[in-house]
Design a protein around this ligand. Structure first.
Ligand SMILES: [Zn+2]
Length: 119
């Protein structure tokens, strides 16, 4: 067990994650705006929708990379809620502050990430 992450750092990383999430969802929204002719009352908020469950349409409209990233961001946020943020999903060791600062949605420590990529 490593030291718990400092509250200030955690807060900053959470902001990063939320920002990343907003950016991703905005990208998707812009794509959808290009694809769809929405009526004046068609102000369906995909961002709000997406906070609970992703619709099929939503998932189909985004690329694999975006989908993967969004999943990772959500998983990281979920781990924050469970107070498990910063723990490696695979070995349970702390991921490391530097890595988290560089990659706020990292779910694995460097060693496990390499293992995952190899397999
Ligand atoms: Zn690990």
């Amino acid at each position: 067990m490593g030291m718990p992450l400092r509250a200030a750092l955690l807060e900053r990383l959470k902001e990063k994650l939320l920002e990343k999430r907003r950016t991703l969802i905005n990208t998707v929204r812009e794509k959808q705006a290009d694809n769809l002719e929405t009526g004046s009352d068609g102000t369906q908020d995909i961002a709000d929708q997406a906070t609970t469950a992703y619709t099929k349409e939503f998932l189909l409209s985004i690329s694999d990379t975006e989908r993967q990233l969004l999943k990772q961001v959500d998983a990281a946020l979920e781990k924050m809620r469970l107070k498990k943020y910063g723990e490696c999903e695979r070995c349970g060791e702390p991921i490391g502050e530097k890595r988290l600062e560089a990659l706020s949605f990292a779910l694995f420590c460097i060693a496990c990430q390499e293992e995952e990529e190899r397999s």
